[in-house]
Design a protein around this ligand. Structure first.
Ligand code: SF4
Length: 451
C-alpha cells in the first residue's frame, strides 16, 4: 500500500468537469500512473478513472454535474492496477460516497484484517478502501456522516488528505498531523479543495487557507462548515518543500519557491567552494541552484538540457525504467561546460545512481571539476507516510559516509544541507515538521482507538 498522490474537489454553480480536469492536470507531478474523477449529477455519482495521465484518461469523456472530486495516483509496480485507481465509489445503506486519498495508512493491514474477520469484503489492495469501510461503519452507527468521519479518524494511524463527495456535499479531511498538504480556495460561488495551490491558480481561485490538521470541512451549496477532530502532533512533511510539491505552490503558508531558493543560499554558505558556474539538475535542482548562484555570486548556467517529454525518474516504479529515464532525459551542453569547475545542485540523493551518471556525463562533456551540492540532508530512513521510500536498502546514505558517497559517485566534493539549515530555509518550527527519513524520529505515535 504505497501511494503518493494528489486530491482535488470542487463545488460550483456551473458544470465542474473542465475545472477538475485542469486541477488534476496541474497536480500531475504528484502521480502519473492513474487518474480519475467522480461527479454528482441529479443525486447520482458517476465515476470515470483509468491508467495513464489525465490527458489520456479523459481524452474522450465528459461528466455532467456541479460538484465533484478527482485524483491522480502513483504506486509501486505490483499495485499499479486500475482497481486501485481513485476515486473509489462506495454504495451502502445510507447512500453512497466517492473518496480520494493522498497519504498512507500505517495500520491499514491490521484494520483490514479486523474488518475482514467481521465480514467486510474488500475489492482493492488500497488503504483508501480501509478508510472508506471505517467511514461507512461509523456513519451507520452515528447516523451522521461528519460524526462518522470523525470517529473513523480515531482508528487511523498515518497520513491522509481526503476529498469526499456525498450527493452535492463536498468534504475535505486532513489527518491530525497534517503530513500531506491540503488547501481550500474560493471565488464567488466556487469552492475548491486541492493538494496544492497550483491547482487553484490554474482556475483563478483565491487561496483562503490550508485545511487544518484534524479538520473536516464540509460544503453544501454556499454552506461551509468546519469541524475539528482530536488534535495530534503537527508534522508537515519536509520533503514536500524539498522535492515533491511544485515550486509555485504555497504549503502551510510557505512558498515552496522561496524555501528552495533559501535552501540554495544555505548551501552556498555551508558548502562554499570556488567554481566557474552553478548548474542545476533539471528540474529538481533549478530553484536551489538559483538561490546558490545568487548567494555565492557565481554565475548560474544550464549545463544539462532536459527532454521535457518524459516524467521524473524518481517516480518511475522500477530501477530498469529509472535507468532508461536518465539516459534519454538529460543531455550535457558542451559549450557551457568545457574547461570549467562546476557546482552541480540537486534536491536529494536516494540511491546515488542518477547523480553518478550525471557527473560522468558532465566530465565527458569537458567539465574540469564537479562539486555536488544537495539541498536535502542525507536520506537514511524509510518513509511510511506516503512517499515511496519504504526500505533502508534504497538509501546510499544509510550505508556510507558522505566521503564514501563522494568517492562512489565520482564528485570532486560533496556537501549536503544540514538539518539546521533545512529548518532555517523552510522557516516553520522544528516541532511542526516530520523529518523522520533524516533522523528516524517518527512522529505519528498517538495511540489509536481499538477497533
Ligand atoms: S518520513 Fe520524510 S518523506 Fe516521509 S513524511 Fe516524514 S519527512 Fe516526509
Amino acid at each position: 500500500m504505497r501511494e503518493k498522490c494528489a486530491v482535488f474537489g470542487i463545488t460550483s454553480d456551473s458544470d465542474v468537469f473542465d475545472s477538475i480536469y485542469k486541477g488534476l492536470y496541474s497536480l500531475q507531478h504528484r502521480g502519473q500512473e492513474s487518474a480519475g474523477m467522480a461527479v454528482c449529477s441529479k443525486g447520482r455519482i458517476r465515476i470515470h478513472k483509468g491508467m495513464g495521465l489525465v490527458s489520456q484518461v479523459f481524452n474522450s469523456v465528459s461528466l455532467d454535474g456541479k460538484c465533484g472530486i478527482g485524483h491522480v495516483r502513483y504506486s509501486t509496480t505490483g499495485l499499479s492496477e486500475v482497481e486501485n485507481a481513485q476515486p473509489l465509489l462506495i454504495n451502502y445503506s445510507k447512500g453512497s460516497f466517492a473518496i480520494a486519498h493522498n497519504g498512507q495508512i500505517v495500520n491499514a493491514a491490521e484494520l483490514k484484517s479486523t474488518l475482514e474477520s467481521r465480514g467486510n469484503v474488500f475489492t482493492t489492495t488500497s488503504d483508501t478502501e480501509v478508510i472508506a469501510h471505517l467511514i461507512v461503519r461509523e456513519h451507520i452507527k452515528t447516523d451522521d456522516l461528519v460524526a462518522g468521519i470523525r470517529n473513523a479518524m480515531g482508528y487511523l494511524k498515518g497520513s491522509y488528505s481526503l476529498t469526499l463527495l456525498h450527493g452535492n456535499t463536498l468534504i475535505a479531511v486532513r489527518d491530525p498531523s497534517g503530513v500531506r498538504p491540503l488547501v481550500y480556495g474560493k471565488s464567488g460561488d466556487t469552492h475548491v479543495f486541492a493538494s496544492e495551490t497550483c491547482a487553484l491558480d490554474v482556475l483563478d481561485i483565491d487561496l483562503v487557507r490550508d485545511i487544518k490538521p484534524s479538520e473536516i470541512m464540509t460544503i453544501t451549496g454556499s454552506k461551509v462548515r468546519s469541524d475539528i477532530g482530536k488534535a495530534g502532533k503537527v508534522s508537515h512533511c519536509m520533503f514536500e518543500y524539498v522535492y515533491f510539491a511544485r515550486p509555485d505552490s504555497i504549503l502551510d503558508g510557505k512558498s515552496v519557491y522561496e524555501v528552495r531558493k533559501n535552501l540554495g543560499a544555505v548551501l552556498a554558505k555551508e558548502g562554499k567552494v570556488k567554481a566557474d558556474l552553478v548548474i542545476p539538475v533539471p528540474d529538481s535542482g533549478i530553484t536551489q541552484a538559483v538561490g546558490y548562484a545568487r548567494a555565492s555570486n557565481i554565475p548560474f548556467g544550464e549545463g544539462l538540457m532536459k527532454n521535457r517529454y518524459i516524467g521524473r525518474t524518481f517516480i518511475l516504479p522500477d530501477q530498469k525504467q529509472r535507468d532508461i529515464g536518465v539516459k534519454v532525459k538529460l543531455n550535457p551542453i558542451r559549450s557551457e561546460l568545457a574547461g570549467k569547475d562546476i557546482i552541480l545542485v540537486d534536491d536529494s540523493i536516494v540511491r546515488g545512481t542518477t547523480i553518478k551518471k550525471l557527473i560522468h556525463l558532465l566530465k565527458d562533456a569537458g567539465a574540469k571539476k564537479v562539486h555536488v551540492r544537495i539541498s536535502c540532508p542525507p536520506l537514511k530512513f524509510p518513509c511510511f507516510y506516503g512517499i515511496d521510500m519504504q526500505s533502508r536498502k534504497e538509501f546510499i546514505a544509510a550505508k556510507k559516509t558522505v566521503e564514501e558517497i563522494r568517492k562512489e559517485i565520482g564528485a570532486d566534493s560533496l556537501v549536503y544541507t544540514s538539518i539546521k539549515g533545512l529548518l532555517t530555509a523552510i522557516g516553520l518550527p522544528v516541532t511542526s515538521m516530520c523529518m523522520a527519513c533524516l533522523n528516524e524520529d517518527y512522529p505519528l505515535t498517538d495511540p489509536q482507538t481499538k477497533l
